[in-house]
Design a protein around this ligand. Sequence first.
Ligand code: ASP
Length: 443
Amino acid sequence: MDLSEIKEKFSVKESDEIKVFTENEEYTGIMLPSQNNKTLTIKMKSGYNIGIASRRITKVEKLGETEKVEIQKTKKIIKVEGLPLISILNTGGTIASRIDYRTGAVSPAIEQEKLITNIPELMEIANIETKMISEMFSEDMTFENYKNIAEEIEKEIKENKPKGIIIGHGTDTMHYTAAALSFMLEDLNIPVILVGSQRSSDRGSSDAAMNLICAAEFIARTDFTGIGLCMHESSADDNCVILSGTKSRKMHSSRRDAFKSINEIPIAEINFESRKITYLKENYSRKEQGKELKLKKELEEKTALIKIHPNISTETLKFYEKENFKGIVLEGTGLGHIPIGSKGNEKNKKNLEVIKKMTEKSVVVMASQAFYGRINMNVYSTGKDLLNAGVISAEDMTPETAFIKLAWLLGNYSQEETKKLIGQNLRGEITERSDKRGFEVIK
Ligand code: ASP
């Protein structure tokens, strides 16, 4: 039977609560509009949608009706005098979508009125302006997108002078964008907070609203300036954390507290219930009179991040050398190593030869896939050989931040300057050696 025949035979329609029978299974949920005539889609109690091939269906029972599902009526936006202005610039990702509880239809939640309807608390915190600057999954971001976001931020600051800006962003690569904006927006004198969500708003466990509310609360009351991320601190709905734009990383594929601060303590914690802000870091960058934004937006396209692994072929490394990449970050092992040959594995010696050729033309930087801790290439002979070959340590930067910083330095400075600046702390991306507090937060 086709879907239309099923509807007719069993007198069911979209938005009905139904029980679907196949030869071996039963499914209960709300009937959703289907993509084609061969699939019946239902939204189950868990929040998940499933599609059942219509030919497998033997019987459908109508259990009841739900209200005809339309997009919620939007609320009027009221501007309150005295409240700060917060601009929300949206780039896409899960946070930018609203999935209706019952239809499963996705609609942009970011249009001004819809956002306020979904999260009316925002209106009590600030006057909100929203703008959709792209509608993309963050894994599709390119350097061009980073430039576009940076330009939109500059424009927003000039035209509307907000107290701060929220960037709605997909979570997959939010830490890359945060690093890129940290370097591109020099002397940024307001808070710009990237906010994502791990679960879409059709699930009871969605983190979208809480993350946005916490970010808005923080912006409205903080003297912090620069780029930060605001996400859940734990898997409970108790606190959000503000993490540094250059020291964060997505460390879990699905948990709401996916983002962790690497080798650094988070900037602040916001309690969702009491809205209390607790600063965890003392020396964060603060608002300063006369500090003026400078946009340094160039990024070198020919920059690569190479993950090192056992059995990596010399050909892989050679590719980057032959293709004249101007900047290469090696995501090495442990303290900063790549296989360059030890007893029994002489063939890896060829890798060192390739690295030497690379450093003659390009800037080659070593970061670690161990993430926590710092590079120290003076402990083992491998590290020393690589240092002698001209490889530069990324200190305790994450590989992603090292990659973005290298692209940014090469885009805006000479090769010589890049070599000098890569190991210097410009935007909080390198933690002082003596500052061990970052490790205390590893749980
Ligand atoms: N893949 C999505 C993205 O990063 C996931 C999300 O939105 O969180 O855009």
